[in-house]
Design a protein around this ligand. Structure first.
Ligand code: MN
Ligand code: FE
Length: 331
């Protein structure tokens, strides 16, 4: 049995299960179900419209993060459906990919909901991946890295092609969802901690909870492919992955500096750099690769937000312990 390149796998036969961990991710995703309309945007609308409540820098930061995430979610969804799903034929892994695809649709819907309720100009938000260089650079980095897998004649036959496929998984799961999302998460949650735009902040908390599962699934998928195809995991390939992570960290730091200039939210640019480096080391460790930066987490409140099983109490409009189903532990 193997998770890719297995001509004996019938994608229609999910039982008996070969990879119980993949099914666990599906159950965990379902237990975390939410929709953006469950979060009230009333206070956000008032704050957004109140003259002078938000500084112009804070307004720009919010717009930039909506701009980055709105297109990044679509890119991620397309990659699942058009690239990953084709090559991962194992049925329980596919079951999770369907769930992840649905969650990306929820995330796409979240940014539609935010644009609609705040009355934002969609042409401005949805064009930021063309008009804001540090957003464009992040998207282009992932798109370039994963291009070969979108060739309709691409297969995962042989070690070179398997490496190409793993490069795609690194690009989306580890770099896009695991690094490029995290400065934005920290900015929006820092605003929420100051009671600013708490509706959007809560939506970002839900998205972050989903993304932490996507990232963990992606890493387990990469490790399974690696264990089943040990020949791909050469020193040169490991060095290449570390190099990609370093380049991604540089792009994410540039984005953080541009979107959140010094002194905003009580956080300075240096702390954002430190946070991005800390996050990147966690991703490398998850892939059994050596740490590069050796930084401490400057935002203890972020690790609380990511590690807790945060659920919403729909009656009190705040995040508490509430889950619709089973629980999953990983790591
Ligand atoms: Mn997403
Ligand atoms: Fe995701």
């Amino acid at each position: 049995m193997s998770i890719i390149n297995n001509s004996k796998t019938d994608p229609n036969k999910i039982l008996p299960i070969t990879y119980p961990w993949a099914r666990d991710y599906y159950k965990a995703g379902v237990a975390n179900n939410w929709t953006p309309e469950e979060v009230s945007m009333q206070k956000d609308v008032e704050q957004w419209k109140a003259p002078g409540f938000l500084s112009s820098t804070e307004r720009r930061l919010i717009l930039w993060n909506l701009g980055f995430f709105s297109t990044a979610e679509s890119l991620t969804a397309n990659n699942i459906v058009l690239a990953v799903y084709n090559h991962v034929t194992n049925p329980e892994a596919r079951q999770y990919l369907l769930r992840q695809g649905f969650e990306e649709a929820i995330h796409t819907d979240t940014f539609i909901y935010c644009c609609d309720t705040l009355g934002l100009d969609p042409d401005e938000i949805y064009n930021m991946y063309n008009t804001i260089p540090s957003i464009e650079e992040k998207d282009n980095f992932v798109v370039e890295l994963t291009k070969s897998v979108f060739d309709p004649t691409f297969t995962t036959d042989g070690e070179e092609n398997t490496r190409k496929f793993v490069r795609d998984l690194i690009g989306y799961y580890v770099i896009m969802e695991g690094i490029f999302f995290y400065a934005g998460f920290a900015m929006m949650l820092a605003l929420k901690r100051q009671n600013k735009m708490i509706g959007i902040g809560e939506q970002f908390e839900y998205i972050m909870r989903d993304e932490s599962l996507h990232l963990a699934f992606g890493c387990d998928l990469i490790k399974t492919i690696r264990d089943e195809n040990p020949g791909i995991w050469t020193q040169a390939f490991q060095d290449e992955i570390i190099d990609l992570v370093k380049k991604a960290v540089d792009l994410e730091k540039r984005y953080a500096h541009d979107a959140c200039p010094e002194g905003l939210l009580g956080i300075n640019a240096e702390q954002f750099s430190q946070y991005v480096e800390f996050v990147a080391d966690r991703r490398l460790e998850r892939l059994d690769l050596p740490k590069v930066y050796g930084r401490k987490n400057p935002f203890a409140w972020m690790s609380q937000a990511t590690d807790l099983s945060k659920e919403k109490n729909f009656f009190e409009t705040r995040v508490t312990e509430y889950q619709t189903g089973g629980v999953l532990t990983w790591d």
